[in-house]
Design a protein around this ligand. Structure first.
Ligand SMILES: Nc1nc2c(ncn2[C@@H]2O[C@H](COP(=O)(O)OP(=O)(O)OP(=O)(O)O)[C@@H](O)[C@H]2O)c(=O)[nH]1
Length: 384
């Protein structure tokens, strides 16, 4: 009877729809353990082998999901060092475990809540669990256990541009229009439920990466909707690209309709509540859907108010009023459905990023020189 019940319950369970399955993974918890050190042989003064260590190595083109799928379970152990013996006075060292992880991963010690490593370059390596010391005279020939700890891998996407906006603003349409990404587009909010990264290619082979960070809504700081789940990804972007619907946005009939300017303040506030230092990042504003009737009048009214957001702050509803306002490098009225406008956005993004890079070089020439030197290595040209 129990078996029959189980069978019936199982058969009525419908599988989750494909786009709701959590295929995007940005955190992963693992237990790592260094190998045990081998024992020494007291009679001959033998030394055991050292326990193997566990390393994480950053590799381009990997995802955390692939890492998780490639592991048998969530415990990674390096092998133990060999005991010293009559035939082998010095025991063999235990084999290391080198686990490949995506570039952009931060490794945290779960217990101590401490950052262990920030792997944001290809081939960057960190040791997460040291092998135990080998047994020798100094420790009574007894090998020691290796480190054992739980670590969490926190992936933060690295992109040149982070696209930020409320649902339905047209972010996916823009991403599809300017990059090689193929996001889903529909006339309802929350069509995009996980970050999408696209590459914008230019004819001179330059390319810029752009990440669409969905799920941000008014009140996300209080964990409404997906909260600030994906906002962590903008920490690693050079430029923030804000996108708003010029006609405003209403999340649902239960929520108030917010006009375009209020939405900009609201986005400003969400970022401020997440991390105020984000407001210092260079940003560009896109006012979308200007192909629709009535947008010209709205644009005329909006433009002077956008030059200095602090002026209209007093009139902004208190619940979405930020303490400090954003300053946009550029403000572009666009239609994400218009290819000419998309070409303009591509051009402007590149110009803005180039200017920022120039500023960086002027502000810190020595550091840039060092970075270049490191990249070209000893075999590259001399950088003066
Ligand atoms: N008229 C007009 N409609 C647009 C424009 N850009 C986007 N839309 C429409 O707006 C709706 C939402 O567009 P999306 O690109 O899915 O918006 P999104 O910001 O990615 O939305 P989420 O996935 O919910 O975050 C779709 O029906 C689009 O066709 C535009 O420039 N003009």
């Amino acid at each position: 009877m129990v078996q029959l019940f189980k069978f019936l319950l199982k058969s009525t369970k419908t599988p989750a729809r494909a786009h709701f399955r959590p295929s995007f993974l940005d955190t992963l918890r693992l237990t790592v353990r260094g190998g045990h050190g081998g024992n020494g042989l007291p009679k001959y003064g033998g030394v055991g082998g050292q326990g193997g260590c566990v390393y994480f190595v950053a590799k381009e083109g990997l995802s955390l999901r692939k890492v998780a799928q490639g592991l048998k379970d969530k415990r990674i152990s390096a092998s133990s060092g060999e005991d010293s013996s009559k035939v082998s006075i010095f025991g063999k060292r235990g084999q290391d475990q080198r686990i490949e992880v995506p570039v952009g991963v931060q490794v945290y010690d779960e217990q101590q809540r401490k950052l262990i490593a920030d792997l944001n370059e290809h081939d960057a390596t960190c040791m997460v669990a040291a092998g135990g010391t080998a047994g020798c005279v100094g420790n009574n020939f007894l090998g020691r256990p290796g480190d054992n700890r739980t670590v969490s891998l926190d992936l933060k996407l690295i992109a040149d541009v982070g696209l930020v906006g409320f649902p339905n603003a047209g972010k996916s349409t823009l991403l599809k229009g300017i990059s090689n990404a193929k996001p889903k587009i529909a006339a309802y909010p929350f069509t995009t439920i996980r970050p999408q990264v696209g590459t914008i290619d230019y004819s001179d082979l330059r390319s810029i990466s752009i990440a669409d960070l969905p799920g941000l809504i008014e009140g996300a700081h209080a964990n409404f909707g997906m909260g600030h789940k994906f906002l962590k990804h903008i920490e690693r972007t050079r430029l923030l690209l804000f996108m708003v619907d010029i006609f405003g946005f209403q999340l649902s009939p239960r929520h108030p309709h917010r006009d375009c300017l209020t939405n900009i303040y609201s986005l400003n506030k969400e970022l401020e509540l997440y991390d105020p230092s984000l407001l210092d990042k260079p940003c560009v504003l896109l006012l979308n859907k200007i192909d629709k009737e009535g947008s010209e009048d709205l644009l005329k009214e909006l433009k002077p108010r956008l030059q200095d957001l602090s002026e209209g702050l007093a009139a902004c509803p208190e619940e979405v009023r930020p303490q400090r306002v954003l300053k946009f490098e550029r403000i572009l009225p666009i239609s994400a459905k218009n290819s000419d406008k998309m070409a303009l956005v591509k051009k402007q993004l590149r110009q803005t990023l180039d200017k920022l890079a120039e500023k960086d070089v002027l502000a810190n020439p020595e550091q840039i020189k060092m970075q270049l030197q490191q990249r070209v290595g000893v075999r590259g040209p001399r950088i003066t």
